[in-house]
Design a binder for this molecule. Sequence first.
Ligand code: ELE
Length: 317
Amino acid sequence: MSDIVTFGETMLRLSPPDSERLEDADEFEVRAAGAESNVAIAANRLGADAVWTSKVPETPLGRRVVGELRSHGIETDVVWSHRGRQGTYYLEQGGTPRGNNVIYDRENTAVSTAAAREFDLDPIRNARVFFTTGITPALSSTLRDTTANLLKAAQQGGTTTAFDFNYRNKLWSPSEAKETLTRLFPGIDVLVIAARDARTVLGFEDDPRQLAHRLGSQYDFTTVIVTRGSEGAVGWHDNVVHDQPAYETDTVDPIGTGDAFTGAFIARRLDGDDVPTALEYAAATAALKRTIPGDVALVTADEVETVVSEQAEDISR
Ligand SMILES: O=C(O)C(=O)C[C@H](O)[C@H](O)COP(=O)(O)O
């Protein structure tokens, strides 16, 4: 039995070094990147046994993704496919005021055809937590059904279900997302949602504390985490709202911050932390992630501990 099983698409992320422009770069860094594998890796770094599940093309690019994820210490449980493409995304990191631009190339991918019947559902039924995100059902109508069916299988097995709302406006409209994702809500125990997404997609204008409380009581979640970027997060659990500020960080690469936060939060809850303590470790892991290039939070539990206990110094010797 694993601590956490995640399901979703992992892409190859292609980004020019430094802040070069995509239209001009003659080199790209290549890294495996996807919300659900990012969460699995962050959780694993904090001590959880993590498995990433997906459908992957039986091609050099598909093998590259799986090999890279395994090299980070998580287990992969994939259906290999002879049809469909490996998704990619291009990332130009421009800084202020240019911003970070993501261009997806994820049409006709192998994962977009993944049906629940292709997977052995026992690992999900037997896991302690099953995790996926709002990106997965945005990818195809098949994946809309699959997401619902996997959440149902988890629930039937008594597995806690955790879900990051993760609205991506380059994949679907707010109204499509609202219709699909709110229909999944009854199958979710722990919801993570950015305050920005709650506003854009659900139309909730409440302040984050009220928002967490309203979502928690309206939809019957056990835990709701509302993330607020540089302003930290709030967590609602047992009818109490907890505030968690963000830790100071020098940002080298912001992509994957939310996933680092969520993976760490889940791992610490599995380890027995109460919600405020798990939020502290989540915020510390998110801060560390921002100092690391790539999507993945290659942190150690000791580093996270040091940030939480505010002993981090510029040079460790
Ligand atoms: O956009 C997608 O479809 C992806 O999966 C790519 C990204 O790797 C994660 O979404 C990062 O998400 P944050 O942790 O919120 O920065």
